[in-house]
Design a protein. Structure first.
Length: 269
């Protein structure tokens, strides 16, 4: 008997780090740059920490870090304000738009897995911390390279971004997919997994291709295998602590997870 995904209705994917842009490098680089332009250096870890949130919320979260806030006050003469957040966000949008086309490669395995999901009758949705203006740059490129979800919900189309569940709810509504236990949310960020949990969906966290590792395909290949495995194990542990139902290296590993979910009690654990 062939493995089955019976009982599932939809898979809702994140974009950067999950389905495109191996390593989720495009947003991280821009966050570093907009703070540099303000005379404040932030680390890659600080830039990546809030990844998955709506981009204005992401900037606010970075400014809320005690070290960053202290440096900002030292350099700028006062603590960060809402006006500072607005100005950084205004800087972020055009710069991110300029760089997106260079980071729209579909992650290996995604087209094949999505095609097989559709063959099994699953609807394909997507959510993103990008705005509609930004995703408009990526969407046609991703479609050409094999990722063409039925639905795309952006952070500026709901009242609150991740970890709130609203983007997932809206995607599920447009897909006609319910109950929540029939939906699988796949994401590479902590707030993405939290959003999936808050929506009552099954959650699958992605490590190797995503924000946790934060490296390109070439950079990942250059790592010592034991170092790579240690980093992936650490990321997996963090995701499981958040309540992720499953952790995988990349979307290429998703089908066995869907089959396992279908074998389990459909009620949420």
């Amino acid at each position: 008997m062939k493995p089955s995904t019976a009982g599932l209705r939809a898979v809702i994917f994140d974009w950067a780090g999950t389905t495109i842009d191996f390593g989720s490098r495009a947003p991280a680089a821009v966050f570093l740059e907009i703070f540099r332009r303000s005379g404040v250096s932030i680390t890659t870890s600080e830039a990546r920490g809030p990844m998955g949130r709506a981009k204005r919320d992401h900037i606010a979260a970075i400014l809320g870090l005690p070290r960053v806030a202290a440096v900002w006050k030292s350099v700028r003469g006062q603590s960060p304000t809402d006006a500072d957040i607005d100005r950084l966000y205004a800087d972020f949008l055009p710069l991110q738009k300029e760089t997106l086309a260079q980071h729209a490669d579909v992650i290996p395995g995604v087209p094949e897995v999505v095609a097989e999901c559709r063959r099994r009758g699953l609807a394909i949705g997507s959510t993103t911390g990008y705005t509609r203006e930004l995703i408009a740059v990526i969407e046609p490129l991703a479609r050409h390279n094999g990722f063409d979800p039925d639905v795309v919900i952006c952070a500026d189309e709901v009242s609150q971004g991740r970890p709130a569940p609203w983007m997932l709810f809206r995607a599920a509504e447009k897909l006609g997919a319910y109950p929540p236990a029939s939906i699988v949310a796949v994401d590479d960020t902590a707030v993405g997994i939290e959003a999936g949990r808050n929506a009552g969906a099954w959650t699958v966290a992605v490590t190797k291709s995503g924000n946790s590792l934060g490296l390109s395909v070439a950079e990942t290949a250059e790592l010592d295998p034991s170092d790579l495995q240690q980093r992936l194990n650490s990321a997996a542990t963090d995701f499981m602590r958040l309540g992720a139902d499953y952790v995988i290296d990349s979307v290429a590993d998703l089908l066995p997870v869907l089959e396992d979910i279908a074998l389990r009690d459909p009620a949420r654990p």
